[in-house]
Design a protein. Structure first.
Length: 170
């Protein structure tokens, strides 16, 4: 049993950090839904009320397992490029899409669930499944779905970060 756990630990440590974070997030949802299941079950002993929490926790656990398995098998593609342009929403100024310039293509990534803005000039790494569809639109590859997004420092990003830390420390 210990050998099997050790094998999973080494396999988990071999996958990239953003994918590890996604697995942790999905396992966290599993734990939250199980806790809600226990809480609701203890408050009212009605099975029709707690069945959704069981289903959601199973779904989250299966999703985490599938992501772990596909990451260990290497069934993902990593796209790395520099951020050339950022499209934001009109009212809340949240990032809507990012245009990345890679070695081979220009890729537009439709951002989902991103609270922080992505500045121009940073290096962005996008992890996506091999089976994800990529569309060609006006000579630009458009990506609507991805697993994880990692923002690495660039020239403007590092300057903003340094200036922000300097003003906060003074």
């Amino acid at each position: 049993m210990k050998e099997k756990v050790q094998k999973y630990k080494t396999a988990f440590s071999a996958i990239p950090e953003p994918l590890q974070k996604q697995v942790y997030i999905r396992l966290g949802f599993t734990i939250i839904f199980l806790l809600l299941f226990v809480l609701v079950l203890s408050m009212m002993f009605d099975w029709l009320t707690v069945i959704p929490f069981i289903i959601l926790s199973l779904f989250s656990l299966i999703s985490a397992g599938q992501l772990f398995r596909s990451a260990v098998k290497g069934d993902y593609v990593m796209i790395e490029g520099n951020c050339v342009d950022v499209t934001v929403t009109a009212f809340r100024k949240q990032t809507k899409s990012v245009i990345l310039k890679t070695d081979e293509h220009t890729v537009q990534v439709m951002i989902r669930q991103r609270l922080k803005q992505i500045p121009k000039g940073v290096s962005v790494v996008v992890y996506m499944a091999k089976s994800t569809q990529v569309f060609d639109k006006n000579g630009m590859m458009v990506l609507h779905s991805y697993i994880a997004l990692e923002i690495k420092g660039g020239t403007e990003y590092e300057n903003r970060r340094r200036i922000g830390n300097k003003t906060q420390g003074d």
